[in-house]
Structures are given as structure tokens and as C-alpha cells.
Write a protein that binds this ligand. Structure first.
Ligand code: P1T
Length: 380
């Protein structure tokens, strides 16, 4: 089955009760049993819920995995991965990554005795030099949030396999429409499903997808034991979102390209970070592992001026100034004060997240309206 069919039909069947084509929202916490243990596969909705199962199957299908798990948020999904580790274990993580992931790693899991090494992975050869006998996980976010760096998943997986380390990839920005990390050797794919998977800015959710049963069993255990699951209504919405992922992503990519090119030619802008440019430092890797370049773009204005960056994001009219990304509507953000404020300024600036950086999540509106909006906001 091809990807554009999988989004609609992959591991999906009409509901067993009445043939409903979309699974009902099974808004129930529990299930009747005829005798203790005598149930129809569902006993308690933290453990399983049929609407969530339908979503988890769809997630597994679109990522070419065997097992999917849905969580209350992207961070809850990452939290579950970290619970595979124990005190003394080490993680090699991408250095430029979502601020909340950095906060979870450094402010929560470092406190439990897990050590994190934040490494510039644009040259994947760097990863191997940080491996030691305690290294248990490599954490890759690609494209990175917000600098749009690209990390070679296949090269990272070669290191992971050589030393028997788990490789987890945050696929939030790319989605399986653009890149399928499990096919490239990753063990775990993670999503903030809040973003492109849901696609309509109407839910908060996380997802994990794996191929291997042993890893899946451990994560299912953690999902149930820790309990950070998503509810049936959100599961329904995310499943509905997946059905149009391919058409939305196609338009996000088209609009993203047009806006990246517009910004690159704008006299007020010094740098545009978008992996589709042939002069992007990892363009060749992007071309190798991604089918297109997505709708996320970051840029800085000439003069590197904080006040001007704030003025631009405040003046946008169609782009909404907001956290998050990946919905049908275009959003603009100021990472230094919003999504990445939890990273100390000194650390942030090392990776390029300067005070003048603006991030765009390009939506699927008419491209002329989006360009006109940027033109007026930049021109003022
Ligand atoms: O917000 P949540 O669903 O918990 O997902 C966290 C997360 C994980 N990974 C990446 C790459 C992310 O971008 C996010 C969430 N990011 C934003 C809210 C943002 O505006 O960047």
C-alpha cells in the first residue's frame, strides 16, 4: 500500500459493532466483564481504548512500524522513552532541539541520574566520539526546532547498531510523509502529534512507533504503568487528521518553498534556514532522507535586531503569533522568548537561536495572501 492510501486505510477497518467507517469515540473508562477477566479485549481505558487503538494502528501504519502508542502530549511520549533508562545511563542528544525536550532532559531526568551530552550532529561522525559503555540512547531531532538542521538518520543508526544503543528520532517536523526513520534504522519514532499529525491545532498529543516487539512491550508497559495516555475524543481527532496528512503536507511543502524563496530574496533578511536550499549545509542529507522539505522556516533580519523581530511578528495579520506549528493555519513565533525560552540564553545562542530569530509554520492558505502578509509586516 502506498503512503497516500495508508493515511486513509492503513491498519484501519470499519468498527466491528455496526460497521462505522470512522471509529466511534468510545467515551468510556471501563468495560463490562462476564466473569473476572472475561472481557472482549478491553478492561480499562488507561490500558486500552478502542478509539485509541484505531489511532495507534494508523500511526504504526504510516511510519512503517508494527506498534503505535498514543500519549497525552509529545513530552509525555518522550518521558516514556526516558523511562526505559536507569540511573547512570547516558543519552547523546541533538544539541539544537525543542526547548521543552531540553527542559525535560535537564530539569527532570538529570535529577534521576541520567546524563545527557548535547552534541552538534550535523556531522554524524561526531556522535561516535561521545559513545561510552553507559550510552543507552541516541536522541535525534531532524529537522531541528527551530534551526532546521538536518541529521543523517541512517548514519546515526549505524553508530547505534554498532554499539547496541537505541536510536530515537523526533519526526515531528518532517512527518512520515517526508521521512520514515524506522526504514532508515531508527528503533523508535516520536511525534508531537499536536502538530502535523493532528494538523488542525485542536489537540495536544504524543506518539511513539516502533518495529521491535521487545521495545514495544517495554513502552506499552510504561504507557500503562505511568498512565500519560490521550483520551478517546483526541484519538478520534488525530485519526481524522491522519486521513488528510498527505494532502496537507503537499501544500505545506509548496507554500513553504515559495515563502523560503521569497524571504531569501528580501532585502531586509540576512539568513533563511530551510533545508530545501542547495546552500543549506545539510541539503544533500535532506535530499537523501526526505521526500520534500516541509513548511517550517526560520529567519533572521539584517542587523540582528530583537526589536525589529518583535515588530515583525506583531504586525503579521494572517500569520498568527503563537506557540506550536503544523496546523492548517500559518503561525509565526519568536523562539528565544517563546518555544525555547527554557534554554539558557548562552546555550540557545550557541545553536543559533538568537533574539532576532523568527520561526514560521507555513500553513495551507493561498500563497499570495501569505506573501502579501509577510511583505506588509517586513515593510512597516
Ligand atoms: O507540545 P508537545 O505535544 O508536548 O510536544 C513537544 C514537542 C516535541 N518535539 C518537537 C520537535 C516539538 O516541536 C514539540 C512541541 N513544540 C512546540 C510547542 C513548538 O512550538 O515548537
Amino acid at each position: 500500500m502506498k503512503f497516500n492510501t495508508k493515511t486513509i486505510h492503513g491498519k484501519q477497518q470499519p468498527d466491528k459493532a455496526y460497521g462505522a467507517v470512522m471509529p466511534p469515540i468510545y467515551q468510556t473508562s471501563t468495560y463490562a466483564q462476564s466473569t473476572p477477566g472475561g472481557h472482549k479485549g478491553y478492561e480499562y481505558s488507561r490500558t486500552h481504548n478502542p478509539t485509541r487503538t484505531a489511532l495507534e494502528n494508523a500511526l504504526a501504519s504510516i511510519e512503517n512500524g508494527n506498534y503505535g502508542m498514543a500519549f497525552a502530549s509529545g513530552l509525555a511520549a518522550i518521558d516514556a522513552i526516558m523511562k526505559l533508562l536507569k540511573p547512570g545511563d547516558e543519552v547523546i542528544s541533538t544539541s539544537d532541539l525543542y526547548g521543552g525536550t531540553y527542559r525535560l532532559f535537564t530539569k527532570i531526568f538529570e535529577g534521576y541520574g541520567i546524563k545527557f551530552q548535547f552534541v552538534g550532529m550535523q556531522n554524524a561522525a561526531n556522535i561516535e566520539s561521545y559513545v561510552n559503555t553507559n550510552t543507552k540512547l541516541i536522541w535525534v531531532e531532524t529537522p531541528t526546532n527551530p534551526m532546521m538542521n538536518i541529521i543523517d538518520i541512517e548514519a546515526a543508526s549505524i553508530v547505534a547498531k554498532k554499539y547496541n544503543i537505541l536510536l530515537a528520532v523526533d519526526n515531528t517536523f518532517a512527518t512520515p510523509y517526508l521521512q520514515r526513520p524506522l526504514d532508515l534504522g531508527a528503533d523508535i519514532v516520536m511525534h508531537s502529534a499536536t502538530k502535523y499529525i493532528g494538523g488542525h491545532s485542536d489537540l495536544v498529543m504524543g506518539a511513539l512507533i516502533v518495529k521491535d516487539k521487545e521495545v514495544a512491550d517495554k513502552l506499552y508497559f510504561i504507557q500503562n504503568a505511568s498512565g500519560a495516555i490521550c483520551g478517546p475524543m483526541d484519538s478520534f481527532l488525530a485519526l481524522r487528521g491522519i486521513k488528510t496528512l498527505h494532502v496537507r503536507m503537499q501544500r505545506h511543502c509548496e507554500n513553504g518553498k515559495a515563502i523560503a524563496e521569497y524571504l531569501a530574496n528580501h532585502p531586509k533578511i540576512s539568513t533563511v534556514y530551510w533545508p530545501g536550499f542547495s546552500n543549506h549545509p545539510n541539503h544533500d542529507i535532506a535530499k537523501k532522507q526526505m521526500d520534500d522539505f516541509g513548511g517550517m522556516i526560520s529567519f533572521v533580519t539584517k542587523g540582528n535586531n530583537y526589536t525589529e523581530a518583535i515588530r515583525i511578528v506583531e504586525n503579521l495579520k494572517i500569520f498568527t503569533l503563537a506557540e506550536s506549528l503544523g496546523g492548517v493555519e500559518s503561525l509565526a513565533g519568536h523562539p528565544a522568548s517563546m518555544t525555547h525560552a527554557s534554554i539558557p540564553k548562552e546555550e540557545r545562542e550557541k545553536t543559533g537561536v538568537v533574539d532576532s530569530l523568527i520561526r514560521l509554520s507555513v500553513g495551507i492558505e493561498d500563497i499570495n495572501d501569505l506573501i502579501d502578509d509577510l511583505a506588509q509586516a517586513l515593510g512597516k
